[in-house]
Write a protein that binds this ligand. Structure first.
Ligand SMILES: [Fe+2]
Ligand SMILES: [Fe+2]
Length: 324
């Protein structure tokens, strides 16, 4: 998405994307695609095209060590918000009494299933803390530190990137708002579950692509060669390799990481919602698709802008090396 798009252009594109997604959802359902599955969301939205763009961004970013540091700093800044807000969504659902009820149970107090849904989201929220180990944020910081070492950046040079641009803060605020959900408001919570589903589906895609671009497509050269010589670090009483941050989430051709599991959990929650709410399945699907589209739009905007910012920075860096 271009940074030159005006707010109204952006809104009309989003509305068009959503109405197309609803049409595609109906086609998918007629073809017996299970609602709220990876296939379902992939058929409703242009996920494959987004995936291609993300791979291109990673491929461009890796071309310059300082540019890659900048790109990754922006990316981990964004991800720190998406990770932090998952527990708010879990809490918003758990705080909602008598909103999600099992219709087969006659006693209202016994039928309340908010916590059963919230538990599915809490798995993702708790993984961000990894129990006794290093939180994912700490693992991201280790990888960023390693990238800074690879780019041979001084402390002052690294710190200049902590001044994130206003547009990134705006996008992160949009993430916090869309993700958290409003307790007691079924439409808001279902939209936020769709938002969370997009976050986990794209998390699985993004980390898998990072692993592909760094460790497979550029095997033994550049950052991969540097990573192979980098020792493990002791963090929070455990030993971690810097690339562990990526692999714990997803890998290319390797075992599934936590993002795939988190996505399946939210898919389970959405399928449970369809049984626990009086609205039609069509209405629940529409709310979930709205949330999915909202996250995808913010995430795609983030990548496009970070890519643009990084490329401009790298071009200036080549002309004036003193910039960093
Ligand atoms: Fe994470
Ligand atoms: Fe996750």
């Amino acid at each position: 998405m271009s940074t030159l798009q005006t707010e109204s252009t952006l809104n009309s594109i989003r509305t068009a994307d959503l109405s197309q997604a609803i049409v595609k959802a109906n086609v998918a359902l007629q073809n017996n695609v299970k609602p709220f599955s990876g296939d379902f969301f992939r058929q409703c939205f242009a996920v494959a095209e987004a995936e291609e763009r993300i791979e291109q961004y990673f491929n461009r970013a890796i071309g310059n060590p300082t540019g890659f540091y900048m790109f990754f700093q922006r990316y981990t800044h964004f991800n720190a918000y998406t990770s932090a807000v998952i527990s708010r969504l879990a809490s918003s659902i758990a705080m909602s009494r008598y909103l999600f009820n099992d219709p087969t149970v006659a006693v209202v107090e016994e039928a309340d299933r908010g916590f059963n849904l919230a538990a599915k989201i809490m798995i993702a929220a708790s993984d961000e803390g990894t129990n006794d180990g290093a939180p994912h944020r700490t693992l991201a910081q280790l990888l960023l530190r390693t990238l800074g070492d690879y780019a041979e950046l001084s402390v002052a040079e690294r710190n200049q990137f902590a001044n994130v641009p206003a547009w990134l803060t705006e996008i992160c605020n949009g993430i916090m708002e869309g993700y958290a959900g409003v307790p007691g408001d079924a439409a808001s919570l279902i939209r936020s579950m769709g938002f969370h589903a997009a976050s986990e589906l794209f998390g699985d895609i993004e980390y898998g692509l990072l692993d592909k671009v760094v460790r497979h497509d550029n095997k033994n050269v550049g950052f991969d060669a540097f990573l192979r010589k980098t020792p493990v670090a002791e963090l929070c009483g455990h030993r971690y390799h810097p690339w562990g941050y990526v692999l714990v989430h997803a890998s290319h051709q390797g075992a599934a990481g936590v993002e795939a599991c988190h996505f399946e959990c939210v898919v389970d929650a959405l399928n449970m919602v369809a049984d626990y709410r009086p609205e039609s399945k069509e209405q629940i699907i529409e709310w979930a698709l709205e949330g999915f589209e909202q996250f995808m739009s913010l995430e795609q905007d983030m990548f496009a802008r970070v890519n643009e910012e990084t490329q401009i920075f790298v071009k200036q860096l080549v002309r004036e090396p003193a910039l960093v």
